[in-house]
Ligand binder design. Structure first.
Ligand SMILES: [Zn+2]
Length: 281
């Protein structure tokens, strides 16, 4: 039985770690004054949503009960995604609603701050390893995605039907991410003398990478859009967890010893990370 690293199951309230998109996940908490009596049978996971009336229209706020949640937390997630209110399993819906209403102004401001969604379409410019690439649909029936020099910027030539363009670009980016991550992880694992069991690619909006104690590292494929030192830092970060399953001083010392650009990479992710999540979302 594979014991997941704590990070894997964190609730949003404790997501303030380096590789999450923390500046997009700002939240409020209120401590439960008392163990509120359940108004309904506590269930895990989704429990519906609240409608919040704002001057921009009605915003649906998804409601989740979480077994380890001790507070009410409000999170603004993926660009197109609904905000989420997480509550303790035994919290009350009335308290959750009051909490939401108290923080409605904040929530509306956060939604206004989210980076605009950037669809992956013909003519759009999407970064690959930090360099903008112009997407061009070739109309060719065969072939997949190829990179070519363009007049101003490199061009991503995409074959196939228009409705498959987004999928093809993402598949291509995932393959490129896989290649770079395999190399970077291998390099850092050799330096630290640790064994990596598997590398997985994901598309989570809440974190850039994670590590299970069984030795499986997971990464967001979106890292391939960032400059290469960002991907290298994430690889170093997750590999270092195979030594130190925490975010203590020893862990950070270890990361910095194999990745001297750790500080710059964390600052970059904080500032630019949300933009990467807005691409093709
Ligand atoms: Zn970590």
């Amino acid at each position: 039985m594979q014991e997941p690293h704590k990070e894997e199951q964190r609730i949003p309230a404790s997501l303030e770690i380096a590789h999450d998109v923390s500046n997009r996940l700002i939240r409020f908490r209120t401590t439960l004054q008392r163990m509120a009596y359940f108004e309904q049978k506590p269930t895990r996971g989704r429990t519906g949503h609240f409608d919040l009336a704002t001057d921009r229209g009605t915003v649906a706020v998804a409601l989740r009960r979480h077994p380890r949640a001790r507070n009410y937390t409000l999170k603004v997630g993926a660009p197109a995604g609904a905000p989420v209110l997480t509550m303790p399993v035994r919290g009350s819906l009335a308290e959750a609603r009051a909490f939401l209403d108290r923080n409605a102004g904040w929530l509306v401001r956060q939604i206004g701050r989210l980076p605009e969604a950037r669809p992956i379409v013909d003519g759009a410019a999407i970064p690959l390893r930090g360099v903008p690439h112009a997407i061009r649909q070739t109309g060719a029936r065969r072939g997949t995605v190829a990179v070519e020099d363009g007049a101003d910027a490199p061009v991503l030539l995409v074959a196939g039907r228009p409705e498959h363009l987004r999928r093809r670009v993402i598949d291509f980016f995932r393959r490129e991410a896989r290649r770079d991550l395999d190399q970077a992880v291998m390099k850092h694992a050799m330096v630290l003398g640790v064994r990596v069991k598997a590398i997985r690619l994901r598309d989570q909006t809440t974190r850039w990478g994670s590590c299970s104690s069984a030795g499986t590292l997971s990464f967001s494929w979106r890292l391939i859009m960032a400059p290469p030192f960002i991907l290298d830092y994430l690889a170093a970060h997750e590999v270092a967890h195979l030594h130190e399953m925490n975010h203590g001083p020893r862990f950070w010392h270890l990361v910095e010893s194999i990745c001297p650009q750790t500080g710059q990479a964390r600052a970059w992710l904080n500032k630019e990370g949300p933009r990467l999540h807005a691409i093709g979302a």
